[in-house]
Design a protein around this ligand. Sequence first.
Ligand code: AMP
Ligand code: GLY
Length: 421
Amino acid sequence: MKILVVGGGGREHAVIKKLKENPKAEKIYALPGNGGIAADAECVNIAATDIDGIVKFAYENKIDYAVVTPDDPLVLGCVDALEGHGIPCFGPRKNAAIIEGSKVFSKNLMKKYGIPTAKYEVFSDMEAALAYLDTAPIPTVIKADGLALGKGVIIAETREEAKAAVVSMMRDKKFGKSGDNIVIEEFLEGPEVSVLSFTDGKTVVPMISSMDHKRAGDNDTGLNTGGMGTVAPNPYYTPAVAERCMKEIFLPTVAAMNAEGRTFKGCLYFGLMITKDGPKVIEYNCRFGDPETQVVLPLLESDLLDIMLAVTEERLAEVPVKFSDKNACCVIAASAGYPQNYEKNKLLTIDAGVLPHVYVAGAVKKDGALYTNGGRVLGVTAVEATLPEAVCSAYAMMEKVEFENKYCRSDIGARAMKGKQ
Ligand code: AMP
Ligand code: GLY
């Protein structure tokens, strides 16, 4: 089979390494991939958002199967376009990807179908939003409706901060059209859990749970990032919580999308908060999480390509989806300055022994050597019997990765280990 993977981050590297385990995957292309992914797939310089370019490449190269992983192409309708040319895909169509593409859509869906989430109001008028904030409970959460590179969520501790966020989104257009509509919602408290799931619209199979570390600094301080590390499983996701999530959130969401005529097929990501009133949805993503994928897939014992094909062909119930009972920890190395202005073009060296555990996110290859080219440069994942061992081993492997001004959080997994006590 000739397989095409759309995207070029650490998540795509993890997907590609897993797909390669199946001998049916004779050839894998990554569009655009990156300098590190080039060791595992043929990278073609077509942007993940260039839908016409992707379709043309897939058609001309007789691609048998496409895996579309990032949010932008999914929301833009990449799957619809490829299917229109007879190429089967893993990933939701545009009308289902809206579950991530519009927070107004997803909040209204949850309200309509009684799926637990934070209470909220939607605003398209700035003055009305500002007036609402005069009496809204504080802290409060302001969310831009559309995609905003994971930065469209502001937790405001004061009314002034909340109002400033509204003005920056609605008047100053900080996130462009994504801020034309906003959601103002109740601030929830509790541990966060990420649950990625496979669904073909009929069956939903949750993957092993995980925990992201979104803030740039230790002890969850500093700016929000794309994710500085992950662990799996997440100790706060107990069997009792999992059972409630299945009954109150996962099955109702899949049914709701069907009822709306927007059947979701692909990886549906549930961002959950375990509040004192039970699990609630913080956000849906229409795709694998990054860097959650870098801990979830290394624990997957079943074959990823077979599962993906079963999702596409709507026979997910027939295939095994089994996870190891070990623990995984992924530590991300970022360029100094990330998530603001960061340095690029630093020589990157990775010890050959740790290479199988490395997922490259931001690097280019020049004259046979790798150079940094992104905020998040790479992640290293360790799988061990226990979480403390996985954490220790991931940090030990990270010592074998070098580039100037490499930055890692030093406490990935600490909160999870506390949760285990
Ligand atoms: P998102 O970009 O939607 O993943 O949101 C970023 C982060 O903001 C989440 O991971 C949560 O930590 C936090 N967040 C979002 N919504 C809420 C909420 N209603 N209450 C508390 N924290 C939230
Ligand atoms: N790690 C969070 C996300 O992929 O959105």
